[in-house]
Design a protein around this ligand. Structure first.
Ligand code: ADP
Ligand code: MG
Length: 174
């Protein structure tokens, strides 16, 4: 009921998980990716994009808020992957809280994406990094993917956030 958790040893494994996810997602799905900076959210997104055969690289949309990519589902029907990054909600451009969510929604509205977010069409998949901050504004039915790094005594606590090391991935709502 609370989903399941997977150990993901390397970045390549995280990409593979994303590719596998591509074969089980459906049009209209909303996927919220959570986890700290360098957890592997964009890496998972790259795998998903590759599994959907999208028409461009999946890069972090941090400075563009959202990017649309075109690919195909496992049944070969066309799908638009909307890759959103809500990072700025917690960053210096936005103050966290209700107001920040409103401002991001305004921005998404100006991109014509607000309705898709509330009720994605059957040929759209929404994938949102830092999605936990936006949860209240999104469709109830969604897949939540939370990535964390297990505390490892051997690991240098001052290591950069994107260094090698196992991640734990919890999937809910599959
Ligand atoms: P985020 O989008 O969460 O900020 P990224 O996916 O951009 O994180 O960066 C994660 C970095 O960590 C990548 O350089 C990736 O290769 C690396 N990495 C190392 N080990 C793992 C792992 N087990 N899972 C995911 N990424 C990993
Ligand atoms: Mg990212």
């Amino acid at each position: 009921q609370d989903g399941f958790e997977l150990a993901v040893p390397t970045g390549e494994d995280m990409q593979r998980l994303g590719r596998n996810l591509a074969s089980c997602v459906h049009g209209g799905d909303v996927i919220l990716l959570s986890g700290p900076l360098g957890a592997g959210k964009t890496t998972l997104a790259q795998g998903l994009g590759s599994g959907l055969g999208v028409d461009g690289p999946v890069v972090s949309p941090t400075f563009t808020i959202a990017r649309e990519l075109h690919g195909h589902l496992s049944d070969d029907s066309p799908v638009t992957l909307i890759h959103v990054d809500a990072y700025r909600l917690g960053g210096q451009d936005y103050l966290p809280g209700e107001d920040a969510v409103d401002r991001l929604l305004d921005e998404l509205e100006s991109l014509g994406l607000d309705e898709e977010l509330e009720d994605p069409g059957q040929s759209t998949i929404i994938l949102m990094e830092w999605g936990e901050q936006m949860a209240s504004a999104l469709a109830d039915q969604r897949l939540e993917v939370t990535i964390s790094r297990p505390v490892d005594a051997r690991e240098d606590p001052d290591a950069p956030p994107s260094s090698e090391g196992q991640r734990m991935v919890r999937l809910r709502g599959v």
